[in-house]
Design a protein around this ligand. Structure first.
Ligand code: GLC
Ligand code: MG
Length: 689
């Protein structure tokens, strides 16, 4: 097309004058620049301009129509009445986008970390032999667990730890592993495991496995290769010279009693076992052993397991010099030194290098924790009663991550001295020593310890569950605690636990009896035959899940209520925890969150007498306090003046109140929080503060 055209080509001429038209086809200005315009042409053009401006008027009168030539369209759209709104819209969009980006960044920067799954729900421990037997052999199994997943939905529990179900000769009921990559036939097959995991995940439940790094079974392939001195496996275990009938290499004793050394005839040496002689200790000074264990961790993480409870970790390394450990009573004749209580376990536990290995395990788990919602959780088991600082080391350091938390066993000691002061002391052992910013946790029972209902007495069961579910941090519930199950009596001839065979009083059978589902034969644990591997507790006809589901005032109903409350109330699931009062009977504390008017006062009577607690000096509390929930159902809804809060022995109260004055700013020494967050009521959000 040529620029210099007569009136017939007016459309193109118009386009060149259009201020909004800038060279739509790319050759306009260039073409114009090349034109040398003569005088006569200029004259002609001035006539043309007039004609063109007429034409423009004409065009602007035209209504837009489909298929309009581009040039006309451009001319049309460059009119102020279209251009201005267009520009306004354009800048508005730019500003809004920028504002949105800024708000998003601010929200991300100001948001506190969301609670992860292992923080949001209690951990429920299943002892698989005793949970539910699906095939009628009298021992619980994986299919049985799968049948009962609704129980967790009912309780609002999301994290399930299952004690070991690896292939095992069952000398220590699965804590003696013969093959870390296989399921024991007693519990089912690998397919049963995969089906269970899939069923759990589809219900939003997480599966935590037991991981047993310290030892294997003596039937493990590695041990056979080690005792026959296979070059690769020779140093997989802790071996040392000794004579078949001679003295032991040193005075070290097993947790289950007597020497921790056993002579092996095949190899002609002694091997170390800190537990049963059928549980030889692995040698973690051998890098190949660490690598094997990491491979096993990978194996289960690949399968989709959500976390590990790491068993007996403090025993993983021993001092290479193998010197005698100092006796607690130096005057005791050495032949009478036979239990762990006789020695300071300076050379068999908590050795330098242990945390490096655990941090390596954690790092491996982190590799599998990258996808959203797939965080892999790690909890360590180590009893270091007198040395709380040793336990706290399993939290890792600021620079290096380790377990998400080490199990806190201090509350297992509640029954030793049921009082408010004692309860506070035990709680404070953790809160006062936990590294800043870490997440607490509480255990009141497990497969190794007498059930708390038996040691503390049934009277305190509800109060203990209330404590567990209203303290800050993750609660662990051992199967049966949600209904207040008690220990069974096991006669000498009924003993199953190897520890009990060494020493009847050390038997752990009493706390491992089958879960009481209903009042039917075998308490619904085994619906097929009349077998149960341990006797049932005779109270199962009244103390069982089914009966308690029907009773609003049952231990189960209260557990469920408190757990649900905890998960729906910000002050309870992530707020401040502040001590308010402790005396011979009562322990009381506040849970509150900055910015939120709603707060909770917990008053629990762990003592031996009913009590009237005077909290009138706590000016942050309102004068009248209304009970939201009492473990003594009759007191639900009661209103107490804050100077006279009444509790019976074993009674716990959750009092919900409204306040504008928070307790924590005035009493920083009495208060703890893992990660501070504030609540903005107007727009219902949490933010870092
Ligand atoms: C842990 C387990 C216990 C087991 C021991 C040896 O302490 O909880 O049941 O006997 O380790 O594996
Ligand atoms: Mg060891």
């Amino acid at each position: 097309m040529s620029y210099r055209n007569d009136s017939d080509s007016v459309e193109l001429g118009e386009c060149t004058r259009n201020p909004g038209y800038k060279d739509a086809d790319g050759d306009g200005p260039a073409a114009r620049d090349n034109i040398s315009v003569s005088d006569s042409e200029e004259k002609r053009d001035s006539i043309g301009v007039k004609r063109l401006s007429d034409a423009r008027d004409e065009y602007t009168q035209i209504k837009p129509y489909a298929g309009m030539p581009k040039e006309v369209l451009v001319l049309y759209s460059s009119k102020a009445r279209y251009r201005v709104p267009r520009e306004i819209l354009f800048w508005l969009t730019v500003c809004c986008t920028l504002a949105l980006v800024a708000v998003t960044i601010a929200v991300i920067a100001l948001s506190p970390k969301c609670l992860s799954w292992w923080q949001a729900s209690p951990v429920y421990q299943i002892y698989p032999r005793s949970f539910k037997d699906s095939d009628g052999d009298g021992v619980g199994d994986l299919k049985g667990i799968r049948e009962k997943l609704d129980h967790f939905e009912y309780l609002n529990i999301k994290s399930i730890w299952i004690s070991p179900f690896y292939r095992s000769p069952m000398k220590d009921f699965g804590y003696d592993v013969e093959d870390f990559r296989d399921i024991d036939p007693l519990f089912g097959t690998m397919k049963d495991f995969e089906d269970l995991l899939a069923a759990m995940h589809s219900k939003g439940l997480k599966l935590i496995m037991d991981f047993i790094p310290n030892h294997t079974s003596d039937l493990h392939r590695w041990f056979n290769l080690s005792r026959t001195r296979d070059p690769h496996y020779e140093d997989y275990y802790v071996w040392t010279d000794c004579k078949p009938d001679g003295p032991k290499p040193n005075n070290w004793v097993s947790i289950f009693g007597n020497s921790s050394w056993t002579y092996d005839e095949v190899r002609g040496q002694c091997y170390l076992h800190q537990f049963l002689k059928e549980q030889p200790d692995l040698n973690f000074r051998n890098p190949d052993v660490i690598k094997e264990m990491i491979d096993i961790i990978h194996f289960w993480l690949e399968k989709g397991v959500d976390g590990f409870r790491m068993d007996a970790v403090k025993h993983m390394l021993e001092a290479p010099h193998m010197r005698d450990e100092p006796q607690v009573d130096p005057n005791k004749p050495p032949e009478l030194v036979t239990t762990e209580w006789d020695l300071h376990s300076d050379y068999t536990t908590s050795q330098v290098g242990l945390h490096d290995i655990l941090r390596e395990f954690r790092a491996q788990m982190d590799i599998y924790s990258q996808e959203p919602g797939r965080y892999r959780f790690m909890v360590t088991e180590s009893y270091d009663y007198e040395e709380v600082y040793k336990t706290m080391m399993y939290y890792g350091s600021r620079l290096e991550k380790e377990g998400d938390f080490p199990f806190n066993f201090y509350l297992l000691d509640l029954p030793h001295n049921t009082s408010g002061v004692w309860a506070k002391h035990l709680v404070h052992l953790w809160m006062g020593n936990m590294p800043k910013g870490k997440w607490p946790n509480w255990v009141v029972g497990n497969h190794d310890r007498t059930r708390i209902s038996s040691s503390a007495g049934r009277l305190y069961v509800r109060a203990i569950n209330m404590l567990l579910l209203t303290l800050p941090g993750t609660a662990t519930t051992y199967y049966g605690e949600e209904i207040g199950m008690e220990n069974i009596n096991v006669t000498a001839s009924q003993i199953q636990d190897p520890a009990g065979k060494y020493n009847t009083s050390a038997s752990r059978d009493p706390q491992r009896s089958p879960l009481q589902w209903n009042a039917d034969t075998n308490a619904g644990f085994n619906e097929k035959t009349n077998l149960t591997w341990l006797p049932l507790h005779p109270d199962y006809e009244t103390v069982n899940v089914e009966a308690q589901m029907k009773d609003d005032g049952s231990v189960l109903a209260q557990y469920r209520f408190l757990n649900t409350l905890r998960q729906s109330e910000l002050p309870l699931n992530r707020g401040w925890f502040c001590y308010v009062h402790a005396d011979a009977n009562v322990f009381s504390y506040i849970r509150e969150l900055d910015g939120l008017k709603r707060a909770f006062l917990i008053v629990v009577n762990f003592g031996k007498e009913s009590a009237v607690t005077d909290l009138s000096s706590v000016r942050e509390l309102p004068d009248e306090l209304k009970v939201l929930m009492s473990t003594t159902i009759a007191n639900d809804g009661k209103v107490f003046p804050k100077s006279r809060i009444q509790t019976e022995v074993g009674e716990g109260l959750v009092i919900q109140y409204s306040t504008n004055t928070r307790f924590n700013p005035n009493h920083p020494e009495e208060c703890y929080i893992s990660e501070k967050a504030c609540y903005l009521e107007t727009i219902d959000i949490l933010y870092k503060c």
